[in-house]
Design a binder for this molecule. Structure first.
Ligand code: AMP
Ligand code: ZN
Length: 486
């Protein structure tokens, strides 16, 4: 199944033709959020990018099993086995159980992604739900000679592994330099090598989340969950593994090492990494404290914001950049996206009002080919959007009577808009809902006016009170009845 799709593979550092192992099936694993606090817009950018990828693969006819995990255990503050457990720390701060923290922020994450109109993944496994699988995998790694236990901790032996495999395959760093540059860390004396990382961590008496294992009470290291869960749901070898670029150097590097040490196979054929959302050039992150929360952006309640922006404006702003480019957050850029998005949506709203002719001035098939070429070139959404503005130009030209479109071409144009704007970019006309609402309300208000004219006050009161209960206030005036949301 050759769809012509090219995607950039971090492993080879170039664009490659996408050839799934088992077409039309595609297995895709994406590292999900660590649910110890609200997701910020940077996280959303990564998940919106993979939603675009998921949707486009489906458009091409692939049957995609999209696995995106929830990290709800094992993530320490430092990426290299240092610091407090993120969940335990937050649980103490909010005086909640760690699993209450997990539940609260998982629900929040889902709510936010729904606002951005992303699809749920096919499977959303949690780290805590797969402790047994992680323990089993660690056992195999030890049996294969790449892991060792010291006093209840289990470490991955990077030096041993590097003798047979390329530990830095993903980032192409020099292993010697890394060995020399890695500073001394806590527990270093226990580790055989400076780059060794924890597979299992011994619980302290005060550790809130701990499980029984062959090495005593403890909890899994952060990286093992993704190796265990991707293998469980997608097999030892699958097609695409994704996540933010910040994960490549440590988390994904260690994931590859664990999977290879276990099955002797490179787990994913294509590693895809999204670039960072930045604020004044600095990566947006929870720990740097420069993370915009989505609701702050929607309401405008943030010192850096001039005003609020709707979810679709923010999504459009993100899609106007390629997923591998950095994207810097600014009021001016958002204002420009807001204008562009409105221009796109208002042209689309004219589609049903266009009149058709015998004559046809536009080549919609060619436009479609351009849209597909844009997406086939490593999911290039900014180029796709530029092509969609060609559709805007066509619609406006026909609407203004300056060009003619045939019935057949108009039908093709509608399908194109539906596929690329609503299904693939998954944008929504946010005003359409309120237009529907006002249409319905106009009808209900007319019914009430008729009832009043017929002196049927029981019905007219019923309508007014019923709407009031739904949060809609009617106001009778000289010009007729108007409504507003209470
Ligand atoms: P976390 O919850 O920190 O594990 O992150 C969840 C996902 O968001 C990961 O794939 C990260 O790589 C990604 N991510 C974190 N910060 C940013 C950012 N500023 N821009 C884009 N993606 C990010
Ligand atoms: Zn992961």
């Amino acid at each position: 199944m050759n769809t012509g799709l090219q995607l950039y593979n971090t492993l080879s550092r170039k664009k490659e033709l996408f050839q799934p192992l088992n077409a039309p099936n595609v297995g895709m694993y994406v590292c999900g959020p660590t649910v110890y606090s609200d997701v910020h817009l940077g996280n959303c950018r990564t998940f919106i990018s993979f939603d675009l990828i998921f949707r486009y693969l489906k458009y091409l006819g692939f049957k995609v099993r999209y696995v995106r995990n929830i990290t709800d255990a094992g993530h320490l503050e430092g990426d290299r086995d240092e610091g407090d457990d993120k969940f335990a720390k937050r649980a103490k701060l909010e005086q909640l159980e760690p699993m209450e923290i997990v539940q609260k922020y998982t629900l929040g994450f889902h709510d936010v992604l729904r606002l951005f109109n992303t699809l749920p993944p096919s499977i959303e496994p949690t780290a805590t739900g797969h402790i047994i699988e992680q323990i089993e995998m660690i056992k195999v790694i030890i049996n294969n000679g790449y892991g060792y236990e010291v006093g209840g901790n289990v470490y991955f032996d990077v030096e041993k592994y590097s003798k047979e495999y390329n530990y830095t395959i993903l980032t192409n760093r020099n292993l010697e330099d890394m060995l020399n540059n890695t500073r001394e860390l806590g527990g270093q004396d226990e580790k055989r090598g400076r780059l060794d990382f924890a597979l299992w961590i011994k619980a302290k008496p005060e550790t809130l989340m701990q499980w029984q294992s062959p090495w005593g009470l403890g909890f899994p290291g952060w990286h093992i969950e993704c190796s265990a869960m991707s293998a469980k749901y997608l097999g030892a070898e699958f097609d695409i593994h994704g996540g933010g670029m910040d994960l490549a150097a440590t988390h994904h590097t260690n994931e590859i090492a664990q999977s290879e040490a276990c099955s002797h196979k490179q787990p994913a054929r294509y590693w895809m990494h999204t670039n960072m959302l930045t604020v004044n050039g600095t990566r947006m992150s929870k720990s740097a404290g420069n993370g915009f929360l989505p609701h702050e952006l929607f309401t405008g309640e943030h010192p850096l914001l001039r005003k609020g922006y709707s979810p679709m404006t923010v999504k459009f702003f993100m899609l106007q950049a390629h997923y591998r480019s950095t994207l810097d957050f600014s009021n001016d850029a958002l204002d420009a996206s807001e204008k562009g998005f409105r221009r796109l949506m208002s042209a689309i709203s004219l589609l049903d009002k266009l009149s058709v002719s015998e004559q046809n001035d536009f080549d919609i098939d060619a436009l479609k080919v351009n849209c597909i070429n844009a997406m086939n070139d490593d999911f290039n959404s900014p180029i796709l959007i530029a092509e969609l503005f060609e559709a805007v130009r066509i619609i406006n030209t026909v609407y203004d009577g300056k060009g003619k479109i045939s019935a057949e071409s108009l039908e093709k144009l509608k399908v194109l808009v539906n596929d690329f704007v609503f299904d693939i970019l998954a944008l929504k006309d946010e005003d359409a809902g309120s237009n529907d609402l006002s249409g319905i309300l106009d009808m209900v208000i007319n019914l009430r006016t008729e009832a009043k004219a017929n002196k049927d006050y029981a019905t007219s009161d019923k309508i007014r009170i019923g709407l009031q209960d739904l949060g809609i206030q009617l106001k009778d005036g000289k010009e007729g009845t108007t409504w507003n949301k209470a």
